[in-house]
Ligand binder design. Structure first.
Ligand code: SF4
Length: 360
């Protein structure tokens, strides 16, 4: 059954028509449930692609990634004026730099909130993050005049946990859903802006379809995001099949449910449970283990590191990560893109040659 996914614009308009508040949220990890407990709907901003970057580039060095360049331009163009607030997690130095530029130089703009994420996956990190979430709660209370109770917070948490569970089921059944590479990732990425209950309804409808498994050369995608999304069609045209991913916008946000009955701790436990991620300082050895396990489970024969140009957290890990994967028998290809540019013809040729090599 074909799945109709509403556009970001439609969803935002719909929320506004119902008198709802929208938070524009930058990558990567943040507490969706906390925002929803305040009846604020998160809509993520990953760039977006194909924006006139001249407004942003006036404030940023030319070697800052296109996600940050585009976001700043987008904000300066007034394209986020619909939002009641902007939330910027401290994902990397470039996003922290964006926060400083916005605070000092861009006014008027929606109120700005930031969120610090702990490194690694230790108990101290859970305690630290729970405290950060309490402080965000205080800020949102001041902005909205609301004070959600623990019961309201827990209800919002359970709603997001259900969506996360359905996201994991989509991954588990991806080859029998009858969706091509592009349609599958369109569905996954609707989690970036759909309210959790709407995403859950879409996911449940997609999960009802079961067809014979697709075929093609099995490939894993890693990196930040599949933009331009034409890359997914390109992979399909050269008979590649994406069977797993380690993308920041998708697979790196397969959160486990938290265990605690205390809402802030439970949100922190869940966020910290995400797979290894260079922006959260997981050691390369953990990433190697995670990627080789995922390749073994999914049958992926190689990894396509599809990176945003100038993304420091990704690029720092890459040489050692690729070397270690090669030692484990997992070949890889690295392609860097600027999310504003159309996919160069040469990219298709390189992906085709890589898949050809994996087949021999
Ligand atoms: S692409 Fe990389 S450098 Fe840019 S915002 Fe994302 S994590 Fe930071």
């Amino acid at each position: 059954m074909p799945i109709t996914i509403p556009s970001r614009k439609t969803v935002i308009q719909d929320i506004k028509n119902r008198g709802g508040m929208v938070a524009a949220v930058l990558p990567i990890h943040y507490p969706r449930a906390l925002l929803r407990a305040f009846e604020i709907f998160p809509v993520e901003v990953w760039g977006p692609p194909r924006v006139d970057v001249s407004l942003g580039s006036a404030h940023l060095q030319s070697y800052v990634c296109s996600i940050v360049q585009n976001s700043l331009s987008f904000i300066k163009m007034g394209e986020l004026d619909f939002a009641s607030l902007i939330l910027i997690p401290h994902t990397c130095d470039s996003l922290q730099g964006l926060t400083s530029v916005l605070m000092d130089l861009v006014k008027p703009r929606p109120p700005l909130f930031s969120l610090y994420l702990p490194r690694g996956q230790r108990e101290e990190g859970v305690v630290f993050l729970a405290a950060e979430l309490r402080s965000l709660y205080a800020g949102l209370s001041e902005l909205t005049g609301r004070k959600p109770t623990d019961a309201e917070l827990l209800a919002a948490i359970e709603r997001e946990e259900l969506s996360d569970h359905l996201l994991a089921r989509l991954y588990a059944q991806r080859l029998t859903l009858g969706l091509g590479n592009l349609d599958f990732y369109r569905l996954l990425r609707s989690r970036e802006y759909l309210p959790a209950e709407d995403f859950a309804a879409l996911a449940e409808s997609a999960l009802q379809t079961q067809v014979a498994p697709q075929s093609g050369t099995p490939l894993m995608l890693s990196g930040i995001l599949p933009e331009p999304m034409a890359v997914l069609d390109v992979i399909e045209k050269v008979n590649g099949l994406v069977v797993a991913d380690d993308l920041a916008c998708c697979g790196r946000r397969l959160y486990q449910p938290g265990l605690s009955a205390e809402p802030f701790r439970r949100m922190a436990e869940s966020l910290i449970s995400a797979p290894p991620d260079p922006t959260r300082g997981n050691p390369i050895s953990e990433r190697v283990q995670y990627l080789t396990d995922m390749a073994a489970k999914s049958g992926a024969r190689g990894v396509l590191f599809y990176d945003v140009k100038f993304c420091e957290p990704e690029l720092f890990d890459l040489p050692e990560l690729r070397r270690a994967l090669k030692e484990q028998g997992l070949a890889s290809l690295n392609i860097e893109v600027d999310i504003n540019n159309p996919l160069p013809h040469q990219t298709a040729t390189r992906i085709g040659a890589f898949l050809e090599m994996l087949n021999h």
